[in-house]
Design a protein around this ligand. Structure first.
Ligand SMILES: *Cc1c(COP(=O)(O)O)cnc(C)c1O
Length: 314
């Protein structure tokens, strides 16, 4: 029984980095080391969606994402693994070949490119066609939705287990926040355990406020309602100070941090998500004069993007 239970757990390691910053100890939860398809938060979320898809005998899966999307890579990979037909809708304006887009092709997913302002109708039209005589499931971009949120409620519980076992308590948890589903899951985990969700700091990698923050709070509300849990939704910290002009944009300091962290710590980061958030975390600690605390950074993955960056950065 016990060993069966353990098999369904994904539990990634938490390690302490050599580097500290303003006497803050930095720990990392290595979600990038989840075993399937280079791991990351998208592997964690997609597993939940595929458990549902397989249980309910869907024959087709469709989703949305850019050519650098980790989510689309993982979904295409799982679809191939389970013999489920896969469609990826992608904005044509930004389409470029990346390690992820190459893998998506390798896994035989059908890629449908559409202009950004026609994405919604393209998806609606596709789903109407696909559901005519087969069971087709649409996963929102980034694995957004309650199943994705649930995946990170479980991660919060893993963090609590680590804290208990090692008799430590993290003062802050930082992560790269995009759709905010990962952050919402962690916040729900905190709420359900009676802890302070405001120690979770989402560093926005693209979205601006007030929308970015509102979407996270909406996801928290949706999830808590879905499990009939009555609680006020606390205000979340979704900091849009470090987006560097938008999705995929970065600066020299981010490149510097990526080089430093792979060299000193052996841990890959990337310019789109984790490198930007790691830089944002350092800036945040500095700006808010946070000193001598225990800080947990969630490495949300995107290892194929690290190799794309490696070709570009000097
Ligand atoms: C998608 C992604 C994120 C953002 O996750 P959300 O749940 O959408 O906020 C962070 N890091 C990596 C590597 C990602 O691929």
């Amino acid at each position: 029984m016990e060993s069966q239970k353990k098999n369904t757990k994904q539990n990634t390691v938490i390690e302490k980095l050599l580097c500290s910053f303003n006497q803050n100890e930095i720990f990392v939860k290595r979600e990038d080391l989840l075993p399937f398809s280079f791991g990351g938060n998208k592997a964690r979320k997609a597993k939940k969606f595929f458990d549902y898809i397989i249980k309910n005998k869907y024959e087709i899966v469709a989703t949305y994402g850019s050519s650098s999307s980790n989510h689309c890579r993982v979904v295409a990979n799982l679809a191939f693994k389970y013999g489920i037909e896969c469609y990826i809708v992608s904005p044509e304006e930004e389409y470029k070949e990346t390690s992820n887009s190459k893998m998506i092709e390798l896994f035989g997913a059908k890629i449908i490119k559409a202009p950004l302002d026609k994405i919604k109708e393209t998806i609606d039209c596709l789903m109407e066609k696909l559901t005519k005589n087969k069971k087709a499931y649409f996963i929102q971009g980034g694995g957004h939705g309650n199943l994705g949120t649930e995946a990170y409620v479980e991660v919060y519980n893993e963090i609590l287990d680590y804290e208990k076992e090692n008799k430590v308590k993290f003062d802050y948890i930082f992560l790269a926040s995009g759709t905010g589903t990962t952050q919402a899951g962690l916040a729900c985990g905190a709420i359900l355990n009676g802890e302070d969700s405001e120690k979770i700091i989402g560093i926005s990698i693209a979205r601006k406020n007030p929308r970015g923050k509102a979407v996270v709070e909406e996801s928290i509300k949706d999830y808590l309602e879905s499990i009939s849990y009555n609680s006020k939704v606390p205000s979340v910290i979704f900091d849009d100070s470090y987006i560097c002009g938008g999705y995929g944009k970065y600066n020299d300091q981010i490149v510097g941090i990526i080089k430093e962290v792979i060299s000193k710590e052996g841990m890959p980061l990337n310019t789109i998500y984790t490198g930007k958030a790691f830089w944002g975390m350092r800036e945040y600690l500095q700006k808010h004069k946070i000193i001598g605390k225990r800080v947990l950074f969630i490495n949300t993955g995107g290892t194929p993007l690290f190799f794309d960056d490696l070709k570009e950065i000097k």
